[in-house]
Ligand binder design. Structure first.
Ligand code: FES
Length: 106
């Protein structure tokens, strides 16, 4: 099963137990991760910067395409609640969605 590494959170590795899980669900199984709208694609607080493994991500969803057009989601970012993975991925938590009780390296 694929592994997700969070580069700026002590390179924490989280193993995907079920390919039907969203990237957000995988992340939440191993750490806290902001997700203000509850995974409905209506905010951008769950976004991750994708450092490696873009080829293992599902295509952009309609909400993500809208946020890209509005410049609220950059080319190298994905909404984790909208994304499914098929292989190993390395992500980074963007500065604006970092949680105050976790210790990020950048
Ligand atoms: S949790 Fe709001 S868009 Fe993903």
């Amino acid at each position: 099963m694929p592994t997700v590494v969070i580069d700026n959170l002590q390179s924490k590795s989280i193993h995907c137990e079920d390919k039907r899980e969203s990237l957000l669900d995988i992340l939440l199984s191993g750490t806290d991760w902001m997700h203000a709208c509850g995974g409905k694609g209506r905010c951008t607080t769950c976004k991750a910067k994708i450092l490696k493994g873009r080829e293992h991500l599902s295509p952009l969803t309609r909400p993500e395409e809208q946020y890209v057009k509005l410049n609220k989601l950059r080319e190298d970012e994905r909404l984790t609640c909208q994304t499914f993975i098929s292989g190993d991925v390395t992500v980074e938590v963007p500065k604006e969605t970092q949680l105050p009780h976790l210790n990020y390296s950048k």
